[in-house]
Design a protein around this ligand. Sequence first.
Ligand SMILES: Nc1ncnc2c1ncn2[C@@H]1O[C@H](COP(=O)(O)OP(=O)(O)OP(=O)(O)O)[C@@H](O)[C@H]1O
Ligand SMILES: [Mg+2]
Length: 205
Amino acid sequence: MRAKGKFISLEGIDGCGKTTLRDQLYDYYKEKYEVLVLREPGGTEVSEKIRDMLLDVRNVGIKPRTEAFLYAASRSQLVEEMILPALQAGKIVIADRFMDSTIAYQGYGRGLDIEFLQELNHLCTGGLKPDLTLLLDIDPEEGQKRRNQDIPDRLEKEGLEFQSRVRAGYLALQRAEPDRIKLLNGGASIIELRGQALQHLAVLL
Ligand SMILES: Nc1ncnc2c1ncn2[C@@H]1O[C@H](COP(=O)(O)OP(=O)(O)OP(=O)(O)O)[C@@H](O)[C@H]1O
Ligand SMILES: [Mg+2]
């Protein structure tokens, strides 16, 4: 199924610097490779509509399991419509969040059963996993400070305790899969982080 492209995902709690790093990596590689950057939830027309539903602060009634299914639906569409064709065409795909977010947020954050979520991930990705995942680890207070100028979305409103559980979840995932998931210090400068990320990517590309 997998072709010659490479699939990289960026993970970490809110405000850790995923989108900033994604844009840095895109700028670095765009001359040399065909690079596709994506965000989750979103990245396709249908997935962006699901994103609006998920992040809308007025949707106070969404249950955790419904939330997990909506993320899965968005991801399923993204994999089939964008990621697999790009990998088959030999592109580098850089995703701002992917399946580990489900385990960290809906599992460790919301308390849903981890095995159920792993199964759900498997169903919506068809078994596709990133070749490399960069986890930007940061203190939740620092992450919140960085985002202070933004209006928080539905998940960002959850607060520091929720973010701490999500962070712990990510660190547990990293310990379980150290070959795929590389830990970066999200508190470092953008330049330093970019350097660390490029070193990991150099091994892969
Ligand atoms: N290494 C860094 N050092 C200092 N500030 C940073 C760093 N990386 C990003 N920032 C700043 O922190 C803020 C949050 O960064 P960014 O949007 O990239 O995080 P994110 O992980 O994508 O957040 P979200 O989960 O909310 O999408 C931005 O204002 C960005 O400019
Ligand atoms: Mg972002």
